[in-house]
Design a binder for this molecule. Structure first.
Ligand SMILES: *Cc1c(COP(=O)(O)O)cnc(C)c1O
Length: 395
């Protein structure tokens, strides 16, 4: 079923004002998401915070169910957190590390993931080994298979990096992980809400994701999905009475579901808003979303490649909605300003966000135009025309 673009754009108030190509940063939420958030904040004002929450316990459970449906997991496997960094680190630090354990990781890691590996190395003597990319620029699955040994405790893959249209072959990595019996953590921060993904099909055991990016949720929302069979091996580094019940002595019994990773105090409004975003995505249909995002992004790459002086920088066999490019003679800042003057939002990715990839490719920075399904062909043309006129007229 094709999606109803007119209805979608009506639901997205800001579409009238801006052409938003910063969906890999934070996308424009549909009004139902922000209405949900505002409504609950108002309810806290009127009834009191705890009293307001008591009124929406069913809605909170439904939000968990909607996220579970989005990834193909179960509601009891979902933990609400406040950023993808927090979700990722919570999963990683909850595992039973021993000195000498090894993690195998792809090359396309986000800086906060790399930080978590550095922490594990310093505190637990855990070693990280990066698996090289293949000739297409995606993780080399054979090299991954070959790198697994008896010390390998975890495989981590970033599904879609923050700085490129690359989609890593997550299901192939999942098959390798299963064959070897090694747990697999997927950073789905950029793929959630843009790709039609399913944890069963991918074969991952843990998945971290943000709300605000392609999922169109509110800022400050994120979640972690953990396969039920992994939960009992995981001890949350931070817990309170919400996820850990005092056993009467000196220890705690952790919640049997993924709520063990949640603390008591969190934003109910954002959690409800995130649930609304998941339902909205399911309502549009993730297969239709993925299709349209890919078609629009391919169209934009085509338009940009036709402009002399523009180089599209995305590598990979399988590309998604993130379009990156450089323009001869212009800094990413200058391009961003020219676009913003015409109400076109894009963003810049610099080396520090692409630590292992940009230096190797001798790239200092790129302009990132991340396309979503609510963008239009006309908006793509406006973006490309602006870049063209910048090259032709200097402004
Ligand atoms: C944005 C991003 C993160 C971090 O997400 P936050 O919600 O900002 O913590 C992690 N991984 C990838 C691939 C990202 O793009």
């Amino acid at each position: 079923v094709p999606l109803d673009l007119a209805a979608i754009r009506r639901d997205t108030r800001a579409c009238e004002i801006v052409a938003h190509f910063n969906n890999a940063g934070a996308s424009l939420p549909p009004s139902v998401v922000m209405d949900t958030v505002h409504h609950h904040l108002r309810s806290e004002e009127v009834f009191g915070g705890y009293e307001a929450q008591a009124l929406v316990e069913d809605d909170l459970a439904r939000a968990r169910g909607s996220l579970a449906a989005l990834v193909g997991g179960r509601a009891r496997e979902i933990a609400f957190l406040s950023s993808s960094t927090q979700a990722f680190a919570t999963a990683l630090l909850s595992l039973p590390w021993k000195r000498g354990d090894r993690i195998l990781v792809g090359e396309n890691e986000y800086p906060s993931n790399v930080h978590a590996y550095a922490f594990l190395k310093k505190r637990h003597g855990v070693r990280v080994r990066y698996v090289p990319d293949d000739e297409y620029g995606q993780i080399d699955v054979d090299a991954l298979r070959g790198a697994i040994d008896e010390r390998t405790r975890l495989i981590v893959l970033t599904h879609v990096p923050t700085y490129s249209g690359l989609v890593n072959p997550a299901s192939e990595v999942g098959a390798v992980a299963r064959e070897a019996g090694v747990p697999f953590l997927l950073d789905a921060c950029q793929s959630i809400g843009q790709l039609d993904l399913d944890v069963g099909e991918i074969g991952c055991d843990m998945l971290s994701a943000a709300g605000r990016k392609y999922l169109r949720g509110p800022r400050g929302s994120a979640f972690l999905w953990v396969r039920q069979s992994m939960l009992e091996t995981m001890t949350p580094p931070v817990a309170d009475q919400n996820g850990a019940a005092w056993n009467g002595g000196e220890d705690f019994d952790y919640a049997e579901d993924a709520r063990r990773f949640e603390v008591f105090e969190r934003s109910v409004a954002l959690q409800l808003g995130l649930g609304a975003a998941a339902r909205y995505a399911l309502g549009v249909g993730m297969a239709a979303v993925e299709d349209r995002v890919r078609v629009l992004a391919a169209g934009l790459r085509g338009l940009l490649s036709d402009i002399p002086g523009v180089t599209v920088r995305d590598r990979g066999k399988n590309l998604c909605g993130i379009v990156t490019f450089t323009v001869e003679g212009f800094s990413a800042e200058e391009i961003g300003v020219a676009l913003r003057e015409r109400f076109i939002n894009t963003s810049i990715v610099r080396r520090s966000m692409a630590m292992r990839t940009f230096p190797a490719r001798d790239l200092a920075e790129v302009t990132r135009a991340s396309v979503h399904y609510y963008n239009t062909e006309d908006e793509l043309l406006r973006l490309a025309d602006t870049v063209r006129s910048l090259l032709e007229n200097g402004s």
